[in-house]
Design a protein around this ligand. Sequence first.
Ligand SMILES: O=c1ccn([C@@H]2O[C@H](COP(=O)(O)O)[C@@H](O)[C@H]2O)c(=O)[nH]1
Length: 239
Amino acid sequence: MAPIIALDFPTLEDTTGFLKRFEGGEPLTVKIGMELFYAAGPAAIKAVRQAHPVEIFLDLKLHDIPHTVERAAYQLGRLGVQLTTAHAAGGSAMLAAAKRGLVAGAASQGLPAPKLLAITQLTSTSATMMHQELQIEGPVVDSVQHLAAVAQAAGADGVVASAQEAPLIRAITRPDFLIVTPGIRPAGSQKGDQVRITTPGQAAQLGSSAIVVGRPITQAADPVLAYQHITEEWRHANV
Ligand SMILES: O=c1ccn([C@@H]2O[C@H](COP(=O)(O)O)[C@@H](O)[C@H]2O)c(=O)[nH]1
């Protein structure tokens, strides 16, 4: 899978203006997150599809009681997107409810169900934060591996985690279980609020199924060139 571009923009105009730079290029996989979806709603999906041929990862990180999540996921399943997320910390009943909702919502429109990715520990979470604020003991990788096992057993299609944890997730999950990794920072780029980071090449070597990249592309002086460099590094290390 090509690198997934996180379209973290405040308006549809900013988003379609950004995609215009890629005009005539290959189809893209893009991530619509909370900022754009809360600003524009399902219209964001339509606008992005009209602007460029895309596969869509709708990253709304569902986390609520199972009944509420199932009903919300039903609505997301109707939108024709390819990937969605829910927090593994919501537990196995909530993840299973998300999966049921996605499948039912998609079926109501005659569409294939979006894949469900479980968020493990956010890539902005440090060991210190996890210990002191979340009161989870031990290494971050142990918590991530545990949440990946919970997610797989609950019927999720994969997880979101740092590539740093990919080898230990791979060791306990089935071969087609997806490991999608944000926290990607090409050498020399700003870390920002990300903590558990890797370069695109390291993510490929560590076994990520796909990488998610936002600011290193969206805030680059030349976003198309930045995307091309990241894609090259990712593909080169994947062979
Ligand atoms: O653990 C997580 C889960 C989701 N994200 C999302 O990925 C992108 C990363 O953007 P950058 O600008 O490359 O940091 C962003 O949309 C996050 O919401 C994550 O970073 N970590």
